[in-house]
Design a protein around this ligand. Structure first.
Ligand code: RIB
Length: 312
């Protein structure tokens, strides 16, 4: 029987201000859009919520602003049963905000203001040591300072806790040398090209680029390719996991659904490849609804989605 994983997220939270538009505005143009929605987002919080909705036990280490959004963000995380003892308020700072445009195809463009997320420090990670060292897995992204990510990777190695880093949004100054003890790196092809300095236009190029990072100490690289699926690269070679075809309404946060889902399925079953197939399904479900966290399936909704997929 699957076990309940204990997952920690050291990462961001944002308030998503989402405009659904018929097309992107051109520079200098004012355009009327049909609708707007506000939601809870941020790559860290999204990944935490996805895993929590699937039944994992979640702890989050994060910072909110001392504004109207901060308390609401904490309450939102608590509503999913996430332990927020280490989500603190950065006095005098705004909360993180993401301005998102979504086109009818479901494609999006995002502008983020990190706000309080930029104040998450190595000291915040140390303050949460007791909870973090008891986790099965620690998840990170790049909407918080790089020094905090490096510190978490190093401390997790001392504690013997597995780690996953989603290097998004891409950071040109990310030092791969600081990630030598990382368990899984989960980039898209653009982030992989930037981190490896190698082309990623074809499967053989993707494998070579990922192997270059594995040669520097990273345990495994999971490359997300949108509609082309996912590639798992280990020192033993590359395995393709196909995407699940669905009609996309809003692709925002699908990558986070994939990673949060993968973290849950991996800690529950211990089987990396099976967890990737399940996570691909979970991410596919998320693009069928609007928004990020609110589009993520609960256990019951995911079971129903899988039943329909298996019948088709
Ligand atoms: O990955 C999607 C997320 O990126 C959005 O929720 C937004 O907050 C930005 O952080």
């Amino acid at each position: 029987m699957d076990r309940i994983g204990r997952i920690a997220v050291v990462g961001s939270n944002m308030v998503d201000l989402v405009t659904y538009t018929d097309r992107m505005p051109a520079p200098g143009e004012t355009l009327e859009a049909p609708s707007f929605e506000m939601g809870n987002g941020g790559k860290g919080a999204n990944q935490a919520v996805a895993a929590a909705k699937l039944g994992a036990k979640l702890v989050m280490v994060s910072k909110v602003g001392s504004d109207i959004f901060g308390e609401n963000t904490i309450r939102n995380l608590q509503g999913f049963g996430i332990d927020t003892r280490h989500v603190s308020v950065a006095q005098g700072m705004s909360s993180g905000v993401a301005l998102i445009f979504v086109e009818p195809s479901g494609e999006n463009a995002i502008l983020i203001v990190k706000g309080a997320n930029a104040a998450l420090s190595p000291a915040d990670v140390d303050a949460a040591e007791e909870l973090l060292r008891g986790a099965d897995l620690i998840l990170m992204q790049l909407e918080v300072p790089l020094e905090t990510v490096y510190h978490t990777v190093a401390r997790a190695a001392e504690w013997g806790v597995r780690t996953i880093l989603n290097p998004a949004p891409a950071a040109r100054d990310l030092d791969v040398g600081q990630l030598a003890s990382l368990g899984f790196l989960v980039p898209n092809e653009t982030e992989l090209a930037q981190l490896s300095g190698l082309p990623t236009g074809s499967d053989p190029e993707i494998e070579a680029a990922a192997q270059a990072l594995i040669a520097r100490g990273i345990g495994a690289v999971i490359v997300t390719l949108g509609a082309r699926g996912v590639r798992l690269v280990t020192s033993e070679g590359m395995v393709a996991v196909p995407a699940v075809a669905v009609e996309a309404v809003d692709t925002t946060g699908a990558g986070d659904a994939f990673i949060g889902g993968f973290a849950h399925f991996l800690t529950a079953s211990g089987d990396t490849l099976a967890a990737l197939h399940q996570a691909a399904r979970y991410a596919a479900h998320s693009v069928t609804g609007r928004g990020t966290q609110k589009s993520y399936a609960t256990v019951a909704e995911f079971a129903e989605f899988c039943r329909v997929l298996d019948d088709r």
